[in-house]
Design a protein around this ligand. Structure first.
Ligand SMILES: [Zn+2]
Length: 57
C-alpha cells in the first residue's frame, strides 16, 4: 500500500487522493495532507529562487 508522505499513514490507492509531481505519484489520506504537501514543495521552491524572511507566516 502506498504511504501518505505527510502523516505516514498507509492509504488505499482506490480511496486515496492521488497527486503526480515531478514524475512521482503520491497518495494522501485526506485533502489536508495533500495541502500540507503542496505547501511544502511550494515553500522549498520559493526558497530556492530567493530567500525572503519577511514572507514567512
Ligand atoms: Zn495523511
Amino acid at each position: 500500500m502506498p504511504k501518505d508522505p505527510i502523516c505516514g499513514m498507509e492509504v488505499e490507492e482506490s480511496k486515496a487522493l492521488k497527486l503526480e509531481k515531478n514524475g512521482e505519484t503520491y497518495f494522501f489520506c485526506s485533502k489536508g495532507c495533500q495541502d500540507k504537501f503542496l505547501n511544502k514543495i511550494k515553500e522549498s521552491s520559493v526558497n530556492k529562487k530567493h530567500d525572503s524572511d519577511k514572507e514567512k507566516k
